[in-house]
Design a protein around this ligand. Structure first.
Ligand SMILES: Nc1ncnc2c1ncn2[C@@H]1O[C@H](COP(=O)(O)OP(=O)(O)OP(=O)(O)O)[C@@H](O)[C@H]1O
Ligand SMILES: [Mg+2]
Length: 406
């Protein structure tokens, strides 16, 4: 696979989605188009963490194979996501003096300031996944996005550092190694989803991104164009399905189908309908009403958004999210979810579908593909930043392998 292809593999609790994109260039500007996709059921994860490695490797391979068949190219390397309870994030500040005679800030000065900010003591079981600059301050002037070329005596930088457990990270890399994939970058799921669905204006004004998947709810806040908070709540669509399975006494797979077809989290004008549900252990089928489903699903939806709100308030970020809330992930497709969120956050709320990419986008432009499309968008920007699209040879795979020893 040459540099003009780009692959994202979203390893989720419910599904593993591989997207293959082609990088097109008209000589001046590059663009990406999705040319292949593969979606496999994921059976080896629980709440975003790998609990069965062999199963996960098989599921990754199946999703890659399907993507290869639709795209007609072989996958060798990819950007992959990472999530789960083990992820932690902190904000830090670094400060340096500008020593050059001209006092003009260079790229090296910026790197030095970032290195200073990142020099925090990490426990031995954690590794850094992302170091994301938020804002630079040159002497007393704040709010600077890129200080290179400016003149000053002192440079401060605020950064957001995201760390993960070394064990969880190594296990993920090992799964990909077994699936014969070179990892070009490990991207926090929150960052990938946000990349796919948020607009630059929202990120600038302040926005809360909520990706409600099957096992987890990933939350991230962006302000002044940069991420300032990320967290994970260990609840998702599976909890809605389990609640239904218990509430209407039916098997999980049937509850899942019922949730998708008839489920609604909130609708004040719900037209009550009934449908038949076969009972377990050969008893007579029962009639179930859509209002009963809503009574079961509603408390769970409220609970998840209340937990998100509590996290945001704990961080003191409630007044920072001026542009509102954007919801992605498969559970964004649950009817009425927007109305529940609307009632909890008294700011604008919308469903986020991936945008800004071409090709087979109609296959993946729903909220459940936010992370996968985001990996492509992130990878594209990353390759541009690192000069890979201009054929500058950098061996990131080896770098990542060396770092984690796999
Ligand atoms: N139409 C729908 N109505 C209600 N729920 C839906 C619908 N479609 C998908 N879901 C739910 O979305 C969830 C899967 O979402 P998604 O594909 O984003 O999860 P994932 O990325 O595999 O998991 P995670 O991000 O938690 O690791 C499931 O719980 C599924 O029931
Ligand atoms: Mg997901």
């Amino acid at each position: 696979m040459k540099n003009n292809y780009l692959v994202g593999i979203d390893i989720g609790t419910k599904k593993i989605c591989t997207l293959i994109a082609q990088i097109k260039s008209d000589g001046k500007k590059e663009d990406v188009e999705i040319i292949g996709y593969g979606i496999a059921e994921s059976k080896g994860l629980r709440k975003g963490a790998i609990v069965n490695m062999e199963e996960t490797v098989e599921d990754i391979k199946r999703s890659i194979k399907d993507a290869e068949l639709t795209a007609g190219v072989m996958v060798e390397s990819a950007y992959v996501n990472i999530s789960g309870k083990h992820i932690q994030s902190i904000n830090a500040k670094g400060s340096i003096n500008i020593t050059g005679r001209s006092k003009e800030i260079s790229r090296e000065d910026v790197d030095r300031a970032i290195t200073h900010a990142s020099a925090i003591m990490l426990p031995g079981d954690r590794s850094v996944l992302h170091v994301l600059p938020q804002e630079y301050i040159v002497d007393a002037q704040d709010g600077i996005k890129n200080p290179v070329g400016m003149v000053g005596t002192n440079l401060d930088v605020y950064i957001h550092i995201i760390t993960g457990s070394i064990t969880a990270t190594k296990n993920l890399l090992l799964c990909l190694k077994k699936a014969k994939i070179n990892v070009l970058g490990m991207v926090l799921s929150h960052i990938a989803s946000a990349e796919a669905v948020l607009t630059p204006d929202e990120k600038e004004l302040g926005v809360l991104s909520i990706d409600i998947g099957g096992g987890t709810t990933d939350i991230a806040v962006f302000e002044k164009g940069a991420i300032s908070f990320s967290g994970t709540i260990p609840y998702g669509g599976d909890n809605f399905t389990n609640d239904l399975s218990i509430g209407i006494r039916t098997a999980i797979d049937r509850a899942e189908k019922i949730k998708r077809r008839y489920g609604c989290a909130l609708d004040p004008n719900l037209k009550d309908e009934t449908f038949e549900v076969p009972s377990v252990s050969g008893k007579k089928p029962r009639q179930i009403s859509t209002s009963l489903l809503m009574n079961i699903l509603k408390p769970r939806a409220f609970e998840i958004f209340e937990m998100v709100k509590m996290e945001i308030e704990k961080e003191g970020l409630q007044n920072s999210i001026n542009a509102g809330v954007v919801i992605s992930g498969g559970t964004a497709l649950l009817d009425g979810i927007l109305d529940v969120a609307d009632g909890i956050f008294s700011i604008p709320v919308r469903i986020g579908s991936p945008y800004g990419i071409g090709g087979l986008i109609d296959k993946v432009n729903t909220p459940e593909f936010a992370t996968a499309v985001g990996l492509i968008k992130y990878g594209f920007n990353d390759m541009k930043d690192k000069g890979i699209l201009r054929n500058k040879p950098i061996n990131f795979t080896q770098k990542i392998k060396n770092y984690f020893g796999v």
